[in-house]
Design a protein around this ligand. Sequence first.
Ligand code: GLA
Length: 716
Amino acid sequence: MSAISFDPASGVWLLSTARTSYALWIDPTGAPCHLAWGPPLTLAAAGRLVLPAGEVSSFEGRSPAGEELPVDGGARYGVPSLRVRFADGTRAFEWAHLGHRIGEPAPGTKELALEFRDRHYPLAVALHYRVHDDTDVVERWTVLRNTGRQPMAVLRADSAAWTLPPRDHYRISHVTGQWSAEGLLHREPVPHGETVLTSRRGITSHHANPWLMLDAGDCGEDRGEVWSAALAWSGSWHLTVQRTPDGRTSCTGGAGHDGTELPLGPGQEYATPRFAGLYTDRGFSAASRAWHAYVRSHVLPHPDEMRPVLFNSWEATGFEVDEAGQKALAVRAAQLGVELYVVDDGWFRGRRDDSAGLGDWTPGTERFPRGLVPLVGEVHRLGMRFGLWVEPEMVNPDSDLYRAHPDWVLHFPHRTRTELRNQLVLNFARDDVAEWAYGWLTRLVADNGIDFLKWDMNRAFSEAGWPAREDGQDLLWTRYVHHLYDVIDRLRADHPGLRIETCSGGGGRVDLGILSRTDQAWPSDNTDAADRVSIQHGFSQIYPAQVMAAWVTDVPNQLTGRSVPLRYRFHVAMAGVLAVGGDLARWTPEELSEGAELVAQYKTVRHIVQHGVQHRLRGPVDDGPTAVQYTTADRREVLVLVWQRAPRHGTPRPALRLAGLDPTACYRDVTTGAVHHACVLTGYGIAPELPTGDWSSTSLHLIRVDDMTTEGTGSH
Ligand code: GLA
């Protein structure tokens, strides 16, 4: 059960989740200050954390860590979470507390809103906190309102600042990457000073992802305290971790990058995106599981649906898509057991390669003389759903759209319009652009019976200007994202059966914001199964397997040239939402039959992968096997996937210790029939049978023995 309580005597608010507490108060200067985030406390105990202010030297000022939303103002020298410039040029903010509200916006959810205003200027600030019965995640966001008659500028408006308790050391876990190498996990000491994770690209980015985990350097996968936070925002963002000279660590974060500001006109309100925080004392793996559960219960629109096995045409046919070729592939895909057939790039007017066509979203008449309907009909007749690739935010200069509306792109006067992949970014912040995109998308879906969109976004912003509006270049960073969200939301409302995959040249736009209105994500254009193991490892830190699309493609891999066995490629893709992206026209009968067998096998275990809980048994850190375990919530069924190269120097493979089983139970291996005691599996481990040689892999499906009557039915 979650709860929010307030003690008027001590002035302390206590937010309680099932296993954690979060406490705050307002200090004598009127500033909202942090007291605790960690193991459970009572309200009385939290009150004891309020310490009288001591004497400080004239050089110190306030500590950069310890406020709920440190402002630019007073004797503060750390990173401000809130910076404003009022109409007369004054920049400092001074807190005046107005009151608080505690409510229950939905069953099982409690919300606290702390309301403030500036002591003099017409700016209202509300700090929002939400807790839920079924998660330890605390959601936070901030709402700013200009209550005056003159415009003001918000130079920085973070969603929240998180403060950690004092520890001797701190460590940060986060991901970095680039196109084709997203989500590579790093775990390193937090340096003294300021550490910035950011995207200045207008999208979440391949290069960093807006989440982090902090620990005291003593946390492991299965033990130890970890404080983590993830931002629900799909544009530019900025997280700063501070390790202060007084030995504290905090993190402030929100939308927008350095140098951008937000105009806030009279009467206007700005609500920041949510920044969710999670504390656990059970290690990184438990933190990930808690995030997965949170994404499922509070982020995804359709968490209970089983994601279908899809086929995607991109690596198979590239831009060469036409009705006959796709119909032929669809027949093979259906035979393989595919449930959703997705036609990728190349289907629309003028699209022969990446130099033209974006913006002209009608089917190419040479390739689809009768439009898309005959292909969609055939795919449906074959028993599959139909999906289509779109890139609504983009335009090629060589397109009718651009010739008609050259002012619709992000641009500055007298500046080069920098092309990346021969394309420019449409200014989605403009009402007419967003309306145009919504219009053709909703018609496309309705007129063709489309069940699924792969929504792509293939370049970062540049020359991010909007000359038609004086405040345009400041406004567009947030308005662009809000309009993107609106268009997706309206499409979903128009077509309740429509499912959407978020893609941005692979994993350039994966975050809690986009996931609250899409169904799955394309983590990377790198489909080399060997590389994918580390990409998936990074992805799994916050995001659950049920949104992690994974294609089996052909070898040698188009990007890396590496060849690994079909079985290994399948086993890697089975760790998420299995899909096929190879050229099925070239698959041999043996490959097709092995593929069909593995697709069928996936269907018997995907309920464990997509809806179960995940334990990373061994990360991709050394020569040994990498292994991931999924277990159904009732601990009845288990799937372990193991991937490895040949052990160096012939060293024996280490035993894998399973996790999270019912210790008193026995589990039977569905393939071999062998029965294992859970206490042996978890306490001493098992060495799964793996073929020798490079790139060997296996899957181990276990069912609790007392439940063996349903063995192999693949119930989901
Ligand atoms: C991006 C996507 C790919 C594919 C191509 C098509 O790179 O990530 O999967 O859709 O665009 O141009």
